[in-house]
Design a protein around this ligand. Structure first.
Ligand code: GLC
Length: 743
């Protein structure tokens, strides 16, 4: 009886609780929406950039005319703005406070291009989580990251901000960052992520930022859109449109992209923000008559929030009254924004605890994750055996070059809030970690990457005479990559090559570390050094990472996330290109070596250049380490598969050297014949595998045949039966394929 009574009591309590159950998110949105005036609804769509406390801006917030702010990070100022919105406005809707937290907030991680080189999504997710913990402690609850722009052109400065040239790698990294920023469950450290720039911004003609792009719908769907779709499936809360006009239509006014694909096909429930003034810029594009027309085009294309065009706040009411924008669409835009604010818990906790914000910064765990990321993002491009340094023989090193002790530039682009005072540079790290055993001589030679010699090179050369090994740190100042910082010449600037040549001529071994925001042309550097360790811009803990790699306390495992061209004239040059009807025959001899016969009128009739090899300097997915690996030919369990089957492929990898190392084992596939031409190779999987000296490990992959689906001639995504090749190798240019057929 007692048990029955108890169960009755429990049932009654449950019923009571149910009657007073908390309203759902959507119910709360609807309840608030019903109370809002037209002006208050439009106010939610308005994002304002602020710097310091501005009374006019606060007045707009009190009037309910601002939904979000960006570019302010002082917790006290942010709380003042938030009180204006929450306590002084009619409905008290909290602001969504945003910032470009691109690769760390205070603890800076390697630039995203470097993070991609880790081929380690778990580590990248950890880094994004630490960034969210630091940023949300300051009151930032929305970041404009991850940038998913596929980049096949290192002249484009923003290649630094993305994950390189490959769709699959970009997808893995993007999803990892979304999960890291937002957290597996929502709490006060959750920061809404924003996938950007939607879409194909990285295909800018000439690699010139903001330039037009001409990407077909099929290439959009097969190359540029999949990372965005995957992040939508992973629950990303926001998305940003891009500046560029693609095929004549600015993305910020392209209803096909936002209304049809993003919302119609993918069911995106978050909200869409324009890029900075990209609504107004449709006037510059010649796509809108004026800002009001631009506002109409952007809003009807599905852009919910206006970043700094003032188009919505100034013109939406007129557009509604003129029937050019519907009230229903306005309500939906407001719903999208309110839903994110409710999900982040802003209504319950709108304010920042100012008591101990700094405590969240530079934790030991965050710094260690940043160091580990810098280790794994370093790519060993060349090594004649000089690395790792032999500690029994190397007693004096010369540290030289403009990047050896450059605390700001080492952080790379988009480091608004990273404090260079916390940067551990290679010079500092070498002294701290190895200064007891090794004498560290420092002569920069050049003060910054663009500098022309003012006598420093001679000093460095003189100092080199005392050294057993020269550690040269060259590269790019942070400002040479990032937004609006594109280059036509992607070789080292200033007199860096002159410095390297002079160091090389001393006859001492030269270990070259390069910090840069892009892949560079390195023919000269290869000829004038004994090893090249490429660190991209490695962030706060780059110094210890590089020092430990050079001395062998860490082992390189990074792989190139972009192709490194031999010459800038080869660009765009990427591994997953199409075959063409006259594939380059791989001819590598140089123009002057080609013998001419009398009357000869042709030097070859295939797709390559007369004056430059077809092949890159370093292919996608390439990277050396301190041992060597031997791959077996790949094996698969059968040779015929149905469209819903899974290919079980494997390979054995043997460590044929004397050091343990991690190999990024990569799986590539080629669709030999399609209803449209297909890439010669596509990455479909990778695994980081630690292999001890002499050990042979079996590395297995499961490849779903459905992962081979693509948009064909009929623009329908499906697997097309036919023959395929499969590689499992250590980079995109190695390995022998095995064939299978899809029936
Ligand atoms: C910039 C960038 C975008 C950034 C935004 C806010 O122009 O294009 O990536 O998030 O403005 O700073």
């Amino acid at each position: 009886m007692k048990r029955i009574m108890l169960s009755v009591a429990v049932a009654m309590l449950a019923a009571a609780t149910c009657m007073w159950a908390q309203p759902t998110e959507d119910e709360r949105v609807e309840e608030l929406l019903r109370k809002m005036t037209l002006q208050e609804k439009i106010g939610q769509l308005n994002q304002l950039s602020v710097g310091g406390f501005d009374h006019n801006a606060a007045g707009m917030m009190r009037a309910g005319m601002v939904g979000s702010i960006l570019n302010e990070c002082n917790p006290n100022v942010l709380n003042r703005y938030q009180r204006a919105a929450v306590e002084d406005s009619r409905l008290g809707i909290p602001l969504l406070i945003s910032r470009d937290v691109i690769h760390g907030f205070k603890t800076m991680f390697p630039i995203p291009l470097g993070l991609a080189a880790t081929f380690d999504p778990e580590l990248v997710q950890q880094g994004a989580r630490f960034a969210a913990i630091e940023a949300t402690a300051s009151g930032i609850r929305w970041t404009f990251s991850p940038m998913l722009d596929i980049a096949r052109d290192p002249r484009w400065g923003r290649i630094a901000e993305g994950s390189g040239e490959d769709t699959y790698l970009d997808t893995q990294m993007g999803v990892a960052m979304v999960k890291g920023y937002q957290g597996e469950t929502f709490d006060q450290t959750s920061m809404a992520a924003c996938v950007k720039h939607f879409v194909a911004y990285g295909a800018a003609e000439g690699g010139r930022d903001y330039n037009s792009t001409g990407v077909s719908e099929r290439t959009l769907r097969n190359v540029y859109l999949p990372p965005f779709e995957a992040c939508v499936e992973a629950g990303v809360m926001t998305l940003m449109t891009s500046f560029n006009d693609n095929d004549g239509i600015p993305s910020t006014g392209n209803g096909f992209l936002v209304n049809d694909v993003l919302r119609g096909e993918w069911g995106f429930e978050g909200f869409v923000v324009s890029d900075w003034a990209s609504i107004y810029e449709m006037v510059n594009h010649g796509y809108a008559e004026d800002n009001k027309h631009a506002g109409e085009l952007a809003f009807n294309a599905g852009v919910d929030m206006d970043m700094m065009s003032y188009a919505y706040i100034r013109h939406l009411e007129e557009l509604i009254n003129e029937g050019k924008v519907s009230m229903e669409d306005l309500d939906n835009a407001v719903r999208n924004i309110l839903r994110v604010k409710f999900r982040l818990g802003l209504f319950e906790n709108p304010y920042i605890d100012e008591s101990n914000v700094e405590a969240a910064f530079y934790s030991e765990e965050a710094l260690e994750a940043a160091r580990k990321s810098a280790v794994e993002s370093a790519v060993l491009l060349t090594n004649n055996g000089v690395l790792p340094l032999n500690r029994s023989k190397v007693k004096t090193v010369l540290v030289t070059g403009p990047m050896a002790d450059a605390p700001h530039d080492q952080l790379g682009t988009w480091t608004f809030d990273g404090d260079p005072a916390h940067t551990v540079t290679p010079l500092k790290a070498l002294k701290q970690l190895y200064g007891n055993d090794v004498q560290v001589i420092y002569e920069p030679g050049l003060k910054y990457s663009r500098e022309f010699d003012k006598g420093g090179i001679a000093k460095a050369v003189k100092a080199a005479k005392k050294a057993d090994v020269i550690l040269a740190f060259l590269g790019e100042e942070a400002i040479l990559s990032g937004e609006a910082h594109s280059l036509v010449d992607i070789s080292l600037k200033g007199d860096q090559r002159k410095l390297l040549e002079a160091l090389h001529e001393t006859g001492k071994p030269v270990v070259l570390n390069i910090m840069a925001g892009r892949s560079l042309v390195l023919d000269f550097e290869i000829e004038h050094s004994d090893a090249i360790l490429y660190s991209f811009h490695p962030g706060t803990m780059g110094g210890p990472a590089i020092a430990q790699l050079i001395f062998g306390d860490e082992t390189p495992s990074g792989k190139t996330p972009v192709t490194f061209p031999k010459h800038v004239g080869q660009i765009p040059l990427y591994y997953n290109h199409n075959m063409t009807g006259r594939p380059a025959n791989g001819r590598e001899e140089l123009l002057h070596e080609i013998p001419l016969k009398a009357g000869q009128t042709s030097l070859g009739m295939t797709s390559y250049w007369l004056d430059c090899p077809f092949a890159p300097e370093f292919p996608f997915g390439y990277g050396l380490t301190y041992t060597t690996f031997k791959y077996s030919a790949p094996e698969i369990e059968k040779t015929e598969y149905g469209v819903n089957d899974t290919v079980h492929a494997c390979v054995t990898v043997r460590n044929t050297g004397d050091k343990e190392a991690i190999e990024v084992v990569q799986l590539y596939v080629r669709d030999l014949v399609g209803s449209v031409t297909r890439p010669v190779k596509e990455l479909k999987g990778f695994k980081r595998v630690a292999i001890a000296p002499g050990e042979t490990v079996k590395v297995a992959f499961e490849l779903d045949i459905q992962d081979l689906a693509f948009y064909g001639k009929d623009m329908v995504k499906k697997v097309e039966p036919g023959k395929f090749q499969l590689w499992i190798a250590g980079d995109s240019a190695s390995g022998t394929p095995i064939e299978f057929e899809v029936k």
